[in-house]
Design a protein around this ligand. Structure first.
Ligand code: F3S
Length: 389
């Protein structure tokens, strides 16, 4: 492949992976079971990204493994209903069409594990979206580094990744012990806890101790997204909860660097990420909402009417399950929207007139001011529904 016997596109992708492997001193390549590529929104990759992808597609390269995409810049079917500008939409559709030609499934979501791309325990994968990487490593026990978009794309084309970092068992042991003094009591607090840990441990593998109850999957999803937003954490363990904790977290933690997170740090995190009290839209689904989250919202809304729009972001797969169960209709009857394929950070909000946002995600609050020039305020789901109905 490196010598170009299988075409110019595959040679290019192989060169990139070889260079990456050399930087990290990998001794070989290993096959990957699946890939998840980021850098899909026109907002993040622009015209150079379109040219690059169309050129690759035209060279005839194809993904040779299961490969899904991170959120694009719009709902690919109903972009007009959320006010995405025509020119942006046309550019976005070119990007999707290039990926389609390269055999990518155009499931544009950051929760691929709820959308047909769920790796098994121990599987080697090459994923790029940081929240999905953390979920795959920590909750599913799969093995991936936090790939850049181009490296993940190259892995899809070659079917391999360099064997280094979190693919190696020895790098999956905890490096820090994090003692939680006041356990989080809402999903927002789990998100804030993750954010606070990521700030204190920019790099490493935290072992989290002191949670009062077994967190549910949505709480873990929120924690993992934030831990990877404020820091570069791609794997964490919770004793007795995450699948590798038995193997890698022995009772002996004496040698680990110890960090204590108190109640104040969680509250301060929420305060510091909340820049305003006003909002024109509620945005939920960073990471994309699960079926349980959509159901909880629909139940809380009941037959009420919304004073301000609630936009829910999720994958098409979760959307269709929620639609079948009547949750989508309930939310949309109240004046909300359930949107697919995109997210609040990579959609062109600044051109769509969305300025101030109420959300429950610290990751979204971290990125929205810089990516969308939005003001953000944080609230729990309960507070959000209270303020909106
Ligand atoms: Fe997903 Fe977008 Fe948040 S990709 S994790 S919803 S920033």
């Amino acid at each position: 492949m490196l010598n170009g016997r299988y075409g110019e596109g595959r040679a290019l992708a192989t060169r990139l992976l070889v260079a990456l492997g050399e930087v990290f001193e990998a001794d070989r390549m290993i096959p990957v079971k699946s890939v998840q590529v980021s850098g899909v929104s026109y907002k993040t990759i622009g015209d150079p990204g379109i040219d690059f992808l169309e050129d690759l597609a035209q060279k005839g390269v194809r993904s040779v493994v299961k490969a899904t995409l991170n959120p694009a810049g719009m709902d690919l079917r109903r972009w007009r209903t959320i006010g995405v500008p025509e020119q942006f939409a046309q550019n976005q559709l070119r990007i999707i069409s290039a990926f389609e030609k390269m055999n990518f499934s155009t499931t544009c979501t950051c929760i691929p594990y709820y959308a047909g791309n769920k790796p098994t325990y121990g599987a080697h994968i090459a994923w790029a979206e940081s929240s999905a990487v953390t979920f795959a490593n920590s909750i599913l026990g799969a093995r991936t580094n936090r790939e850049g978009g181009p490296a993940a794309l190259a892995s899809a084309i070659v079917g391999k990744t360099p064997f280094y970092g979190l693919h190696l068992a020895e790098n999956r042991r905890p490096t820090h012990e994090v003692k939680i003094e006041s356990p989080p009591s809402s999903q927002l607090e789990f998100s804030a806890l993750g954010y606070a840990i990521g700030e204190r441990i920019p790099q490493g593998v935290p072992l989290i101790e002191g949670l009062a109850k077994r967190p549910n999957l949505d709480e873990l999803k929120a924690l993992g997204a934030s831990i990877a937003a404020s820091g570069a954490v791609a794997l964490y363990h919770i004793r007795g909860v995450t699948p590798e904790s038995k193997r890698f977290c022995t009772t002996e933690t004496a040698g680990l660097e110890r960090i204590v997170i108190g109640e104040n740090e969680i509250l301060e995190t929420v305060q510091k990420l909340s820049a305003t009290n006003n909002f024109d839209h509620v945005c939920l689904g960073c990471p994309h909402m699960s079926l349980t989250e959509i159901r909880n919202l629909a139940m809380r809304i009941g037959e009420g009417k919304l004073k301000k729009p609630i936009w829910c972001f999720t994958s098409r797969k979760v959307y269709s399950l929620a639609k079948r169960k009547g949750y989508v209709d309930r939310i949309e009857r109240a004046g909300g929207k359930v949107i697919n394929d995109t997210c609040m950070v990579v959609a062109p909000f600044e051109e769509m007139g969305v300025q101030s946002i109420l959300t429950d995600s610290c990751k979204a609050a971290h990125y929205l001011p810089s990516m969308c020039r939005s003001n953000v305020t944080l609230g729990t789901l309960e507070q959000i529904v209270e303020k909106t109905i």
